[in-house]
Design a protein around this ligand. Structure first.
Ligand SMILES: [Zn+2]
Length: 468
């Protein structure tokens, strides 16, 4: 009997510790972001208390990374003290740069999460102006005693799986892996897909060296049908998270626009970052800083897509590529981007990764640009043809393999293949934007690591959630 009692005490101890430290609840503001390319309006949807306590790092409440197109602050009304701040990006923020935003209004659901405050707070949302300085665009006073704050729990999305538990959420990065488009019978497939891709992520620097700073959780709400929506081929599905290919008309871009459903499901795990595994073979994925990233788990390219899109989601890394078509309109004016891994190189002397460049590396840094672009144009043409003719996925895979072999060769030749410099061609533009190294996971599908500048940005975010 005594043994049993001791065992019960041991099991209960972590819970008791949590209670004595009074970990706050998690408050979430769901709001609507509505508008077009020229105007936008923010409006309150609901305020909820999530089922689980706040998993954030109490030692790092203020975000000094300067990442994201937006940021928000939670300010104590009585003392004006900033209790919490975070940078983030949004689907709206991308959509407003597309052609569609010039012709119609749309509404997107978004959320802000923070430790439930004790006293009334003002929540301030800021957006970057044309010079990339944050300006207030919306604010809301929240009284934690407001009777309309919803404390009820949403429907359970299924059991919470523990893929990796390294300790208290307060000092760990909490990563949630959610499955979309997996039926109840495919739950075990989700498990295997998740474990396989987790190993890929933690085989990549800097995640490799910092693995013990992460907890990894899993949820897989059962889907009625296998797979997700792919409107370009006439496939529509009401999957639990609502992820769909063809976001913004780009066949490979997979996002969910159903933020309410996504948030209610995710609220059953402690999380700061979310990877959505899509049960599908067609090449695709997406990643929004501070929101989530997605990957088609069965694509031959899933390891690359996962890590690349996770780079967007985790540290707001820019795409370093520029030869693939995207839905965004080109920037009209060159200002220094806020993204840590691209520069307009307006002032080489104050380049943000200057400390990583050796004295004998010229700026801009020469590379095999013409050869790379010529070949890339040929590949893009073949790629659109394969999609237009709806050829089998294995033909696309073969094309990508051929491209990878060619790119790896071109980018590892030249005088500065492994050097940090400023290589022209980045962020969808052949001219005027520069990337830090000839090759990087944010640039090609080659078997290369994150470049030194991307690694440093990723480490900064790991620190934000795991360091005192
Ligand atoms: Zn990079």
């Amino acid at each position: 009997m005594i043994t049993k009692f001791l065992l019960a005490l041991l099991i209960l101890m972590p819970v008791m510790t949590l209670n004595t430290l009074a970990v706050p609840r998690t408050m979430r503001i769901d709001y609507y972001h509505t508008g077009n390319a020229a105007h936008e309006v923010f409006s309150l949807d609901r305020i909820v208390i999530e089922p689980l306590p706040w998993p954030g790092n109490p030692a790092r409440v203020i975000d000094r990374t300067n990442l994201g197109k937006y940021c928000f602050e939670v300010i104590d009304q009585a003392t004006s003290q900033v209790l919490y701040s975070r940078g983030f990006s949004s689907i709206y923020g991308e959509w407003e740069t597309t052609e569609e935003a010039k012709t119609i209004h749309r509404t997107f659901s978004e959320s802000l999460r923070f430790a439930a405050p004790q006293n009334p707070v003002r929540v301030v949302l800021k957006k970057r102006d044309p010079h990339n300085a944050f300006q207030e665009v919306w604010s809301l006073v929240v009284n934690p005693k407001d009777r309309f704050i919803d404390t009820s729990a949403p429907a359970q999305p299924g059991p919470l799986r523990t893929f990796q538990n390294n300790g208290d959420s307060a000092s760990k990065v909490d990563l949630l892996i959610v499955g979309d488009g997996y039926t109840a019978e495919e739950a075990e497939k989700f498990n295997k897909d998740a474990l396989r891709l987790i190993e890929i992520l933690f085989a990549t620097s800097p995640f490799k060296e910092r693995r013990s700073d992460f907890n990894v959780w899993g949820l897989c709400p059962p889907a009625a049908e296998s797979g997700i929506s792919r409107p370009s081929t006439g496939i529509h599905r009401r999957s639990p998270l609502g992820v769909t290919y063809d976001a913004f008309g780009s066949e490979r871009y997979a996002l969910t626009f159903d933020n309410r459903a996504f948030r209610d499901i995710a609220s059953f795990a402690p999380y700061e970052f979310v990877e959505i595994l899509v049960n599908g073979q067609t090449y695709g994925g997406g990643g929004i800083f501070g929101l989530y990233s997605t990957v088609a788990a069965d694509s031959l390219w899933a390891p690359y897509i996962f890590v690349h899109e996770f780079g967007h989601h985790f540290a707001g890394l820019a795409d370093e590529y520029y030869t693939s078509p995207v839905a965004y309109a080109p920037a009209t004016e060159r200002i220094e981007p806020w993204e840590p891994n691209v520069t307009a190189l307006l002032d080489a002397a104050s380049l943000k990764w200057k400390d990583l460049i050796s004295a004998d590396t010229p700026l801009p840094t020469p590379w095999e640009k013409e050869a790379f672009e010529k070949y890339s144009r040929e590949i893009q043409q073949k790629r659109s043809q394969l999609r237009a003719e709806r050829r089998p996925e294995k033909e696309m895979d073969a094309l990508f393999r051929e491209e990878k072999e060619h790119d790896s060769h071109v980018l590892s030749s030249g005088k500065y293949p492994a050097k940090v410099g400023a290589f022209e061609g980045a962020m969808y533009e052949a001219k005027g934007y520069y990337r830090p190294q000839a090759d990087c996971i944010m640039f090609t599908r080659d078997d290369v690591p994150f470049c030194a500048v991307c690694r440093r940005a990723l480490e900064g975010v790991i620190d934000l959630y795991s360091r005192k």
